[in-house]
Design a protein around this ligand. Structure first.
Ligand code: BGC
Length: 592
């Protein structure tokens, strides 16, 4: 039986042999990950670059699978070029496939993590990760920056939807199946997983992205480190350092957390990658920042643009003895053994891989799986008059800003970093309105509900909620400022937050207006909410007969319609508490 890649031990002798042939310049090159827009294949060869990434939404050519394969093939060939002073080592290409391979047009878009948390089903997670791995491989890519193992503690955090739950135990239950699904596809069919962001990303003060997590070590371990143990046991090959600080000290420069705890106590033997220019938060002097970061234990540096400057500074620091050669050797040994363990060293060029098959992207079986996940993720919060499920014969009015908007239902990190608006860029799949049309011939669409008429409509489905956002632009910050001690040199302070309160009627007053308009005409309303987190919806609840939390379901809006019309039951439960009225629906709540 072929050993599973994540369980294949590195061959230390072979890795050491490879390492011993590398010059300092080649070793430093392996430690660099540049963004694709800032680097050419010739530069990959010249500087011995170890890795390239696509930042959120960064895509080659017309963003078709064939464009991705061609790009990967060119970079790979450059990394394998023979020549004097060159040891060919395949580069590894990384993407944010955090809910499907969603940078690419036509990919299957799975629900974001918060919705998967509502399904409470680890076996579903493994199947989704496997399907995602196949779509990634279909484009010649080998590495995804997933799973996010954040344990969100405050829904004001703009990355709440990237977290499965506020419960460390639930996140931990998903960690190993997610890693196995990505990595263990057999000798040629695994991708490298990346558990992120180490550590405490979900615990920052006031939920500020990239902020400061103020906690005792015991609590940091109990809440935020817990999911990493099963991920490491499952063989996760990489971990990403987090932008946040722990008690005022940035994780990117935290030797105790990176080296003593993660690599030491937890026994993580893969490599640590920094987050997007995360090095630069450590010191205004880039050379000093790089030294702190690498000496603290980061092995590969993710760089948006200035990778050449990083190389110069790294070389200078090593030559001056400010970064010990042993640290460089350790970093490169880790990088090479990951490349070896995932089978990369023996893979043929991307264009010739049997897995690089464009048709796998958005394959019917993957879309069916995503639809199944959507069905399982819906949480019925309120259900007054036993109005659900709807009969196929019901005369339905469909309304609301998010009813016919595949972009909105996919959320951030879909085609573009901040997501997209409308149906045009989500190729394939169905909006919720399109899904409803497939369930019943008696449906009419009216964006603001103005067509509501009790003589013609038995019920209205109103789809409300958030528009897409990612990272700090999803934060809710009452005074628009970040909490003291947060992100001193980070980007968050410069990013406009999503809003100032968690009350949907304040964020999106038109939702309530649409619901009230329809209700006032005597048509009962079923509200479906698209959101990356619990929002206060007391005003909307007061005017609706049923209220469904649909999270960010992704491309397969059909799954929402399936449940509304009874083709599948409501089975999802809250992955985190949802405040309402004077109380709160606890985690685990969900009507049947
Ligand atoms: C995010 C990471 C992501 C990286 C690469 C950063 O801004 O924090 O989660 O993997 O960008 O796109």
């Amino acid at each position: 039986m072929t050993a599973l890649p994540s369980q294949t031990p590195a061959d230390p002798a072979a890795v050491d042999q490879l390492l011993s042939r590398l010059s300092l310049e080649q070793k430093i090159g392996q430690m660099i990950q540049a963004e694709r827009m800032a680097i050419t294949p010739d530069e990959v060869a010249e500087y011995h670059i170890g890795s390239i990434l696509s930042g959120g939404g960064s895509a080659p050519g017309a963003n078709q699978p064939a464009d991705w394969i061609a790009m990967n093939d060119a970079y790979w060939a450059a990394s394998m070029r023979e020549g004097p002073g060159r040891v060919p080592i395949p580069l590894v290409y990384g993407v944010d496939a955090i809910h499907g391979h969603t940078n690419v047009l036509g990919a299957t878009v799975f629900p974001h993590n918060i919705g998967l948390g509502a399904t409470n089903d680890p076996s579903l997670i493994e199947r989704i990760a496997r399907a995602t791995a196949l779509e990634i491989l279909a484009t010649g890519v080998d590495w995804t920056f997933a799973p996010t193992l954040a344990v969100v503690q405050d829904p004001r955090w703009g990355r709440t939807y990237e977290s499965f739950s506020d419960d460390p135990a639930l996140v931990a239950r998903y960690a190993a199946p997610y890693v196995r699904g990505l990595q263990d596809g057999g000798s040629d069919a695994g991708v490298i997983a990346c558990a992120k962001h180490w550590v405490g990303d979900g615990g920052t003060t006031d939920g500020n992205d990239q902020g400061n997590t103020v906690l005792s070590e015991a609590e940091l371990e109990r809440v935020h480190m817990t999911p990493y143990r099963p991920a490491i046991e499952a063989g996760v090959l990489t971990v990403m350092a987090s932008f946040n600080s722990w008690n005022g000290e940035k994780c990117h420069g935290h030797r105790y957390l990176l080296t003593d705890v993660l690599k030491g106590r937890l026994g993580f033997d893969g490599f640590i990658i920094s987050d997007w220019d995360g090095v630069e938060y450590l010191d205004e002097d880039l050379g000093v920042a790089i030294e702190r970061c690498v000496n603290a234990g980061v092995d590969m540096l993710m760089i948006s643009v200035e990778w050449k400057r990083y190389i110069e500074l790294l070389l200078a620091s090593v030559r001056a003895g400010r970064i010990p050669m042993a640290r460089i050797d350790d970093a490169v040994r880790r990088i090479l053994s990951v490349k070896q363990r995932c089978g990369l060293l023996s893979r043929v060029r991307p264009a010739e891989r049997t897995t690089a098959t464009p048709g796998v992207l958005g394959a019917p079986a993957h879309r069916a799986l995503a639809r199944e996940a959507v069905r399982a993720s819906l949480v019925l919060l309120q259900h007054d008059k036993q109005i659900l499920p709807l009969a196929p014969s019901a005369r339905v009015l469909v309304a609301g800003r998010n009813a016919d908007n595949r972009g909105h239902q996919c959320g951030g990190f879909t085609v573009a970093w901040q997501g997209t608006n409308g149906n045009d860029q989500i190729i394939g799949g169905t909006s919720i309105w399109e899904g409803i049309q497939a369930q019943t011939p008696h449906a009419e669409f009216s964006l603001d509900g103005d067509a509501a008429d009790a003589t013609r409509h038995d019920v209205a489905i109103v789809v409300i909620g958030e528009r897409p956002y990612a990272e700090g632009m999803g934060d809710i910050r009452p005074d628009r400022k970040v909490a003291p001690g947060s992100s001193p040199a980070g980007r968050t302070a410069q990013l406009a937050p999503y809003g100032q309160s968690l009350v949907n009627a304040e964020l999106h007053p038109d939702d309530l207006a649409t619901i009230q308009r329809i209700q006032a005409r005597g048509v009962p309303v079923v509200a479906v909410m698209i959101s990356g987190r619990p929002l206060r919806v007391d005003a909307e609840l007061a005017h609706t007969a049923a209220f469904v939390a649909a999270w960010l379901p992704g491309s397969e809006g059909q799954g929402v319609a399936d449940v509304l019309f009874g083709a599948a039951p409501f089975s999802g439960t809250l992955p985190m508490p949802w405040p309402h009225g004077d109380g709160v629906w606890p985690r685990g709540y969900g009507l049947r």
